[in-house]
Structures are given as C-alpha cells and as structure tokens.
Design a protein around this ligand. Sequence first.
Ligand code: GLP
Length: 274
Amino acid sequence: MRVIILEDAEAVAQRALSFFDRMLRQKPDAVLGLATGSTPLRLYEKLSEGCQAGDLRFSDVTTFNLDEYIGLPAGHSQSYRQFMQKHLFQHIDIDPGRTHLPDVANLSFDRGESSLRCEDWQARGAAYDQMIHAAGGIDLQLLGLGRDGHIGFNEPGSSLASRTRIKALTRQTRADNSHFFASIEQVPRLSITMGIGSILQARQCLLMATGAHKSPAVTAMIEGPVTARVPASALQMHPAAVVILDQEAASGLQHRDDYQDAETLQQALESLDH
Ligand code: GLP
C-alpha cells in the first residue's frame, strides 16, 4: 500500500487529481470507479475545471459508481445519481450513457413488502458486476473512507470476498450521512454497493481521507490486521492501492517516516520516466 501524507485537504485533492490526469492521458477511454461523500468534492471541482479549461477529456470515459441508496424517490436530491450529476457529470464532457450507478429502480420495501422477489433483488448486484466486467474492468477506483472503516457501503463485518449486493447501513453511517438530509430518519436504511471483492478487482485503487475524525479508521486500515471489522483493511491485499491523507487523518499512524521515505523513492523513480 502506497501512503502519501500531505499538508491539507486541498493538497490531497490536488494529488488525487494528478492520478486521474495521468490515467486519462495514458488511456482516454479509461473506466473510472467513482465515489460519493464530502471527501471527493474538491477533486470533482478540479476535474470539472480541468475539463472546462480543455486539459482533461471525458468523452470516451466510462464510469461506475460504488453505491446507491435504496428507497429514495427517483430524482431525489440526495440520491447518488443526483449527487454525481450535480458535482461532476453536468460539468464535464462525459456521455451520460457511459455513467453507471447500481440500478435501484423499483427496489423498496413498502410496509415491509416488495413487489419484487428476493432473487430479483439479488440479481441487481450480479448485473452490475457483469456490466463492469463487460466494460473491461475498472482502471482507477476512487474511494472514500467511512469513520467505521467502510468502503462503498461495505460496513464492518462485510465479507472481504463480497460482490455487489444489497447491504443495510449501520446506525453510525446513517448518522454520519444525515448532514446531507433534513433528519436521520430520512437517511435510507439500505443500499446497493460494490462488494469488497469487486473493488479489489480494480487495477488501481485510490483512497482519499481527510480530517481528524478519520484518523482511527485510517490507522486501522493501514497498520491494523486485515479484518472484515475494518473493510478498508482489505486494500492491504491490493497490489496497487494508494492512500492519500492529510496531516490530521494521518495523525495516528506509527510509521509515518517509513511512508515518507518510500514516497521519496517512489517519486524519484517516477521522475525517471519524464
Ligand atoms: C458514504 C459513502 C462512502 C464514503 C463515505 C465517507 O458512506 N457510501 O463511499 O466513502 O460516505 O463519506 P465522507 O467523505 O463524507 O466522509
């Protein structure tokens, strides 16, 4: 795992931008995995600015988002489809037909009942994994980090081999995400999320985390054991995982000097290519 520690959230976004910039120059028809939440917002602004300035092109790019809430009315402002539209898609030259989120149409429990059978619910996740596979797999997967160590909506206890499927949100995650809603009661209880096994199939994973409130999860993810209790720790098993942190998120790490030394070497090696 490559750990990059920078001064602040602005520097984290700028560095994350450089990974997208490099990917899009190497492969203009890249398949990008995208995330929601507050953390990537500044990156999305920078991607939008880069596109508007003519430095970045998305016209041949395909995207797959990590997850989507179940149970919000179509077009709800807090659906992740609307979030992506508002913060990225409407500002860049991407073909809307190439932007994908898990399909949650008709998935809802009305008084505990659903018009769909259990197997129809389960088929949605498998269909999403199949679409990613058919697109050639994800080249660069962006990730945020939940305070409880979740990635996507893979809450603690999720199988490290899981595929895209329906997951219940924990109370903590619903509370954490409630600032996007009028009240916690309005935060959905269910989601479809790429599984941890699905995420690990991306060719490169790029996780951003900022702020002191993420520090315990960051430390557990990087320096703790690989465990389903900390879903993000599965990234230790990924051959090309990069974690970009600000000083606050990195504040609990014990081996900061080692990460810095490794990063200095990495940058020296990369400069040989220029
Ligand atoms: C949600 C999303 C995750 C995201 C997390 C962190 O739970 N499903 O993909 O990483 O929030 O959000 P934030 O960046 O707002 O801290």
